[in-house]
Ligand binder design. Sequence first.
Ligand code: ADP
Ligand code: TRP
Length: 322
Amino acid sequence: MARVLTGIQSTGVPHLGNLLGAIIPAIKMSQDSENESLFFIADLHSFTTIRDKKTLEHNTYATAAAWLAFGFDTKNNLFYRQSDVTQVCELSWYLNCFTPFPMLANAHSFKDKSDRLSQVNSGLFTYPVLMAADILLYDAEFVPVGKDQIQHLEITRDIAGAFNHIYKDSFVIPEAKVDEKVMTIPGTDGQKMSKSYNNIINIFLDDKKLRKQIMSIQTDSLGLEDKKDPSNCNVFKIYQLLASEEDSNKMEEKYKAGNYGYGHAKQELFELICNKFSSQRERYNHLMSNTDIIEEELIEGAKKATLIADKVLKRVRNNIGY
Ligand code: ADP
Ligand code: TRP
C-alpha cells in the first residue's frame, strides 16, 4: 500500500480550477484501495500571509467543506488540519538546521512572493522547510502536486537525504507525483484561473452570484448573428471541460453556425454547473452552516494523524540524541 499525502493552502474558497485541477483528481486517487491518502489543510502556511482570525477560520472551513462536499472518504483515509498536529513545528526546526540558506534564497516561490509582497517575513522564507516537515512527518511516499510545487519537493528530498546521511534511516524519501494530464483551467479573463488574478468561478456561490460570475467571462465583440470560433472562446473552453463530448460537440456546432450569442453559451454553462454540481453545492452549504460537523471531522483526523506523527518524531529525536 502506498502512502499518498498532499496539502492545500487555505487561502480562500476553492474555485473551479482548484476543484478540477487538484481536489477531484486527488479524491479519485484516494479511491484506489492500493493507496492510503492523507490530505490536510495547510493553515500554518496560510499564516505567512493571513492576519485575521475570522478569515483564517473561514478559509479552513471552506476548504474542508469543498473536500467533504466532493466526497472525500475520511473514514478510510486521513483528513486533518496542519495546525492541530503541532509536532510538525518541532520537526520543522530540526529540518531548518539541515537546510542550506542559499537553497531557500533561490526558491522560485520565495523570489516570486518577495517581489510581490510589501512585507516579507521569515515564515515565507522557510515555507519550504515547513512543507518538508509536513511530508516527512508522515513517512509519505508520493506527493501529488501541481508543477509549481516540484521545486519544493526537490528541496524536501535534499533535506531528507542530507539528514539521513548523518542520522541513518530517519526519513522516507518522497516522490512528487505530477499529473501531466491535468490542464490549467482558464479563468473568466482567459488567464490561468487563480485567486490572485480575480478571475475565478466559485461554484459554491448562490445562483444569482454564480450567474453573474459566469456572465463576466470575457469574450470578443462579435454580434449574435456572426459565426464564431469556439477554440478561441473562454466560455467554450470551460464548458468543454465539464460537459459530455456530445454536448460539447453540439455547442461547437452552434458557435460555427452563427445566430448563437455568447450570452446563450454562458447561460448553458451556468445551467451545466448548477446541474452537474447540485449535490456538492448543497452539501457544501449544509456544512458551512454546520461547521461543527467539519470541526468533528478535523479533530478525528488529527487524532489519527498524531499517532503517525508521534511515532516518526520519536524516531528522529532518538536518532539525534534527544
Ligand atoms: P491559486 O492559484 O488560486 O492560489 P493554489 O496555488 O492555491 O491556487 O492551488 C491549489 C491547487 O489547485 C494546486 O494543486 C494547483 O495546481 C491547483 N490549481 C490552481 N489553479 C488551477 C487552475 N487554474 N487549473 C488547474 N489547477 C489549478
Ligand atoms: N505549498 C503547497 C501549495 O501551495 C501546499 C502544501 C503545504 C503542500 N504543505 C504541503 C503540498 C505538503 C503538498 C505536501 O499548493
